[in-house]
Design a protein around this ligand. Structure first.
Ligand code: NAD
Length: 487
């Protein structure tokens, strides 16, 4: 095993929140146990409610037991890990409350300092200001920003500019946890290390591309938060756009962060802006109504306590066109929704039909080749090919077979996306994080659609919880003579 020692102080703001307990602490526990984090590194939780270090360690332990798999939690390992845990009491609204953090950090003034803002973005500016007032930002400081960074271009600019008053762009790590998934990174490996795909990856050979991120859960207790965003802002503008960039980008000149991000931003700038008639015919927005999920009746989006009238979409589907040489005439169909039939995230690259078939039924039995990259619930890559059915039948008969491209995993522990991303921040490698110009280009494109929706250019549709979304999404792709992969 490659062991890299990384010495740093990591401060988690909002450190007793859901994300910190469910994702960040488990990731740090694994990084520390697997030798990716120097044991002298400190993990400092900034929490609003005062607590002793011992109480904090007990709380972290119980949360790790809850969120790690049975086999991953180990008393002995935790006893080592807990020596790295520290807690300070901070109320973001109270500048004076940073004295404890200052006292702790100043014992190692030259260490790399990672500030993880696991809080609502409204607090980003004020946390930065307090860190600056207390002189806690050094050249070795980095800051990790959780989504959502704004709800449109203007509000994202306000948040980014506040942080940029105190940190340089090179110190800012805007996280998109989809990019931490191994299979997502494998898109680059697949495309840029195999000769095989190189000549096929363009409009001459690819018919269209589908990107689906479907969740079976609803908004649960987060209605208030979700209703300010909706599917377009919460999923499409960031996660689906990032996946689209990785599939569509040109080969970068190297793997360094700016080369990769330069290529991604070119894709975002090549997205065809939508006219009013494009919004009408190429976008679908919908809300889920009551239905059933995993055999149980579930309420609709507009039902339940604390719910108000709302025009926020829980489902979005779009046909996206990229205006450049490689993708001329190749549609990208995107869709994302809550309370869908099943949790399923995948990218499907559908190749064109063969030019002429010599087989029975004039080729009707030949399915177009597909490369299916599954991200959730299972991570896998599958190439769908045609193959002869073995046997002595007079007419040669074909069947579709799946070539699995998965690497056998010889690891006892498969790292979570947050583990990969936290390690990259520790190593100061921003390749998998979004640069300011990427965020802005994605918002610029999405804002046009969101404005069109707010002007009711396209009506809000409805779908029953536990289904594949509204029929309008099926029509969106059927209009072009195609269908969704799972139909
Ligand atoms: P959360 O509400 O559970 O946690 C936020 C934490 O901030 C809480 O512990 C709260 O006590 C603390 N806090 C709030 N006001 C404070 C103040 N004035 N002073 C000090 N502390 C204060 O939220 P979360 O789910 O952990 O999400 C954190 C951020 O990460 C949000 O921006 C969210 O959108 C984003 N995010 C969360 C998830 C997730 O799975 N939970 C996933 C992706 C992104």
């Amino acid at each position: 095993m490659e062991i890299i020692e990384n010495l740093c102080d990591i401060t988690i703001f909002g450190g007793h929140g859901d994300l910190a307990f469910r994702k960040l602490m488990p990731a740090l526990y694994h990084l520390s146990n697997n030798g990716y984090l120097d044991e002298q590194s400190r993990i400092i939780t900034a929490a609003r409610v005062p607590m002793s270090n011992e109480e904090h360690c007990d709380l972290v332990k119980s949360k790790l037991q809850e969120f790690l798999s049975d086999t991953a939690f180990d008393e002995e390992k935790f006893d080592r890990f807990k020596k790295q845990l520290h807690i300070v009491t901070i109320n973001f609204m109270d500048n004076e409350s940073y004295s404890g953090l200052e006292a702790l950090l100043s014992t190692h003034p030259d260490r790399d300092r990672i500030n993880y803002f696991s809080t609502a973005p409204d607090f980003f500016g004020m946390i930065c200001k307090s860190l600056s007032d207390w002189k806690l930002i050094t050249a070795q400081s980095r800051v990790v920003l959780e989504k959502p960074i704004g709800r449109d271009l203007d509000s994202s600019r306000v948040i980014n500019m506040e942080v940029l008053k105190y940190f340089n762009e090179s110190q800012i790590y805007r996280i998109d946890h989809y990019l931490g998934k191994d299979t997502v990174q494998n898109i680059m490996a697949l495309r840029f290390s195999n000769r095989f795909f190189m000549p096929l990856w363009d409009a001459n050979n690819i018919d269209h591309i589908q990107i689906t991120v479907a969740e079976s859960v609803g908004v649960e207790g987060r209605w208030g938060y979700y209703d300010d965003y909706g599917a377009m802002r919460d999923m499409v503008q960031n996660h689906l756009m990032q996946l689209l960039c990785l599939v569509a980008m040109e080969p970068p000149c190297s793997l360094d962060a700016d080369s990769v991000r330069d290529e991604k931003v070119k894709v975002l700038r090549s997205l065809r802006p939508m006219s009013a008639s494009d919004i009408e015919f190429k976008t679908v927005r919908a809300q889920y109504a009551a239905g059933s999920s995993e055999g149980e009746a579930v309420p609709g989006y507009l039902e339940g306590d604390g719910v108000e009238e709302s025009t926020t979409e829980t489902f979005a589907a779009l046909r996206v066109d990229i205006d450049n040489w490689r993708w001329k005439g190749v549609p990208f169909y995107l869709r994302s929704g809550k309370r869908m039939q099943k949790r399923n995230s995948e990218i499907v690259i559908q190749f064109k039909e063969i030019p002429h078939s010599i087989f029975v039924n004039k080729g009707k039995c030949i399915s177009q080749n597909k490369l299916v990259i599954s991200l959730q619930p299972k991570e896998s890559i599958q190439l769908q090919l045609m193959n002869k059915i073995p046997g002595l039948s007079e007419q040669m008969r074909l069947q579709q077979v799946e070539l699995e491209l998965n690497t056998p995993l010889n690891m006892s522990h498969k790292p979570d996306a947050y583990e990969r991303l936290l390690l990259d921040v520790i190593r100061a490698n921003p390749t998998l994080f979004m640069r300011l110009d990427e965020v802005e280009a994605a918002w610029k494109w999405a804002d046009v659609i969101l404005d069109g929706w707010s002007e009711e250019i396209v009506p809000m549709k409805s779908y029953s919880a536990g289904t594949d979304g509204p029929s309008a999404a099926i029509q969106l792709i059927a209009r072009d003579g195609r269908s969704w992969h799972d139909e």
